[in-house]
Design a protein around this ligand. Structure first.
Ligand SMILES: O=C([O-])CC(=O)C(=O)O
Length: 172
């Protein structure tokens, strides 16, 4: 897939302004503004793949080794500030496998390398320490991140203003 396919043809602010009804009923949610912006793509979107881990990134690699097909990996890392769940190698892998982006409720490292990858990355912060490698965690389960319950298959829309989660693909 070419990078252009991930470029934004929407603005999250406009989506919020024109979708009051689904914002009110919860089909469209706005993540709390806790994320830093990394990666070449400041704006990205796609269907969500969920992962819950804690200070262990074996399953992150396992998922990123599969075809991304324009999806976004959302990792609930429990908000840990003690190690990084994604680094430069995984950022490059995600780009190579066609993922649109990665959102981490936790930390990343190798920020300069990640910033050169042609994907979108959001994380709470950077941390130089690598994570454990035990392989513990759960894939494809509902996760609770930045104030929102997020289900596998929902859609994520990110740009410079923030991150939206939508129950369905938005027609924009
Ligand atoms: O392998 C890790 O733990 C993360 C990392 O540093 C990378 O992706 O380059």
């Amino acid at each position: 897939m070419r990078l252009e396919q991930y470029m934004a043809s929407y603005a999250t602010a406009e989506v919020c302004d024109t979708n009051a009804a689904i914002l009110a009923n919860g089909d469209l949610r706005i993540l709390q503004p806790v994320f830093q912006i990394y990666g070449q793509c400041r704006a990205f979107s796609g269907p969500i793949v969920t992962l819950k881990v804690f200070e262990d990134n074996v399953l992150v690699r396992e998922l990123l080794e599969t075809k991304g097909e324009g999806r976004v990996l959302v990792i609930d890392g429990g908000g840990s500030m003690r190690c990084a769940l994604v680094g430069g190698n995984l950022g490059q892998l995600a780009q190579n496998m066609g993922w649109a982006g990665i959102v981490v409720n936790g930390c990343i490292r190798d920020v300069d390398e990640i910033n050169s990858c042609g994907i979108g990355v959001r994380a709470l912060a950077s941390h130089p320490q690598k994570s454990n490698k035990k392989g513990i965690g759960e894939k494809h389960i509902p996760i609770y991140v930045a104030g929102s319950l997020i289900q596998e298959g929902e859609w994520l829309y990110a740009d410079s203003d923030g991150i939206l989660i939508s129950k369905m693909e938005l027609s924009i």
